[in-house]
Design a protein around this ligand. Structure first.
Ligand SMILES: Cc1cc2nc3c(=O)[nH]c(=O)nc-3n(C[C@H](O)[C@H](O)[C@H](O)COP(=O)(O)OP(=O)(O)OC[C@H]3O[C@@H](n4cnc5c(N)ncnc54)[C@H](O)[C@@H]3O)c2cc1C
Length: 450
């Protein structure tokens, strides 16, 4: 590519936002070089995998679930030729287990959306009619017949306004809220939940189906993206953290690496989390209200337990939820990845919004897992052969009611600086889809101005 304008387009951060921005730029002809700067050796950010020598498995930093409404992510995977590596349900189905081992299962039939959800809720095994009917009331809201929540209303207040009973909250709403917003319904924004419900349940029936990667995350996204970029002449500089963005009267002038190297450019896409972005900006820029608001965004952790067990705890669905347990979801990675190893079952246990556990010692969490499995799978003794605890302390921003306004737009107040990352103002909670959407959006704006 021939450089045009002032220097290369610099993309800072090789998480999914930065990678999807760079891939989109590389897939079109901008006439400018693209350079990706990544702080770590491997990239992938919060969606990566690594070799775990003790167990011999490649483990994700955390189990990631997708939905059929991840349209931008699916487009990204198609570009990388990896769409086939995610297994989607034919129709949305969720299996939850109550203490004592009773299953509450929801199977949505092959009806057009949102009838499939209504029928799925009504047909839910293990839950009384009164509770199911209360969930159907929420359907009226989706059809615009009840006042919509704004960003200041919490999920808890909204669920109470809709008269949702505790059993339907436990079996349906709470797992959905913790899983998609990564925080407590008592603080999370109902408007953010609505954004999920609308995308998942008001479009096509496929939009609400869950998708599980059949391969570890770096094999799904990161390595194919790096290969794609290398093949198109995009330089990805790993272990090259951005230290500063120089800004003059006309906007961005240079990207400065921690090594002191200076790359002259008038265009930077920041795909960094809030903290390193703010650290890279000069003081006068930080006084702009857009940047001054960013520190008001808080973060929420996710804890993942990886366990190799000597036998399966359940058979059938690839993932199950635990009703009213501090441990939220269990994934059978042996079945998902198709391993054939008698006497070894790889299980992931995901705990969202895990504030109360993020400082616990790993053994405390493993002991908790053992105690909880006795409650949910009574009479099924098992032995833990290996374990690995991964704590992502800043897994996502929180979506506390009233905080959406602090998320910045793609086009920043600094000329030539564009913002990407799952936490920017995409209209979605901080998820893979938000990250990829933000990357595509930043690339689109840059291409339009190149
Ligand atoms: C445990 C866990 C489970 C999750 N589960 C799900 C799920 O089930 N479904 C879902 O949709 N989403 C899930 N998410 C959220 C999803 O992983 C994120 O939304 C997404 O990966 C964010 O991508 P990003 O590119 O915006 O940010 P990041 O992944 O944080 O990328 C930022 C990149 O910038 C780099 N960087 C930092 N500082 C610098 C610097 N100074 N210079 C250069 N580079 C720098 C970082 O190393 C990183 O590579 C989960 C997240 C976690 C942590």
């Amino acid at each position: 590519m021939t450089p045009k304008g002032n220097g290369p387009i610099v993309v800072a951060g090789a998480g999914l936002a930065g990678l999807s921005a760079a891939v989109r730029l590389a897939s079109q002809s901008t006439g400018r070089d693209v350079v990706v700067l990544e702080a770590t050796a491997a990239g992938g950010g919060r969606a990566r995998s690594f070799e775990h020598a003790r167990s011999g498995y490649e483990l994700d930093n955390g189990q990631h679930l997708m939905m059929g409404c991840y349209f931008e992510t699916l487009a990204f995977l198609r570009t990388l030729g990896r769409e086939h590596c995610v297994e989607f349900q034919r129709n949305m189905a969720v299996d939850m287990i109550q203490p004592g081992g009773r299953w509450v299962s929801m199977r949505c039939p092959a009806l057009p959306a949102p009838l499939h959800l209504g029928a799925g809720l009504l047909g839910m095994r293990g839950l009384g009619l009164l509770h199911k009917a209360s969930a159907l009331r929420a359907g009226l809201l989706l059809r615009g017949e009840v006042e919509r929540p704004d960003d200041n209303e919490t999920c808890d207040a909204w669920l109470r306004r809709l008269g949702q009973t505790q059993p339907i909250r436990n079996a349906f709403w709470e797992p959905l809220i913790w899983g998609t917003l990564n925080d407590d319904p008592l603080v999370s924004s109902a408007a953010m939940l609505m954004a999920v419900l609308e995308r998942a349940f008001l479009g096509t029936r496929d939009a609400s189906s869950f998708g599980i990667p059949k391969v570890p995350l770096s094999k799904l996204y990161v390595d194919p993206a790096l290969r794609y970029l290398a093949a198109r002449g995009v330089t990805v500089r790993s272990a090259s953290p951005l230290r500063g963005i120089e800004v003059g009267a006309d906007g961005v002038e240079a990207a400065v690496l921690r090594s002191g190297e200076r790359i002259e450019t008038d265009t930077v896409i920041s795909a960094l989390p809030p903290k390193p972005l703010l650290a890279a900006l000069p003081d006068p820029v930080l006084r702009d209200p857009v940047f001054a608001d960013i520190p008001k965004l808080d973060t929420s952790p996710i804890v993942n337990l990886w366990l190799v067990l000597d036998r399966a705890l359940w058979r059938g669905p690839h993932f199950v939820g635990l009703i009213s347990s501090p441990l939220h979801w269990l994934f059978d990675r042996t079945a998902i990845e198709g391993f054939d190893e008698p006497g070894r079952v790889l299980v992931n246990c995901t705990i969202s919004g895990a504030r109360g556990m993020v400082d616990d010692r790993p053994q405390v969490l493993i002991d908790l897992f053992q105690a909880e499995m006795k409650r949910y799978f009574p009479g099924k003794p098992f032995t833990i052969l290996e374990s690995k605890v991964i704590k992502e302390k800043k897994a996502t921003i929180t979506h506390a009611a009233g905080t959406y306004q602090y998320r910045p737009e793609t086009v920043s107040p600094v000329r030539g600086l564009y913002l990407a990352g799952d936490w920017v103002r995409t209209g979605l909670p901080a998820t893979i889809e938000s990250a990829v959407l933000s990357g595509h959006e930043a690339a689109k704006v840059v291409m339009a101005r190149a």
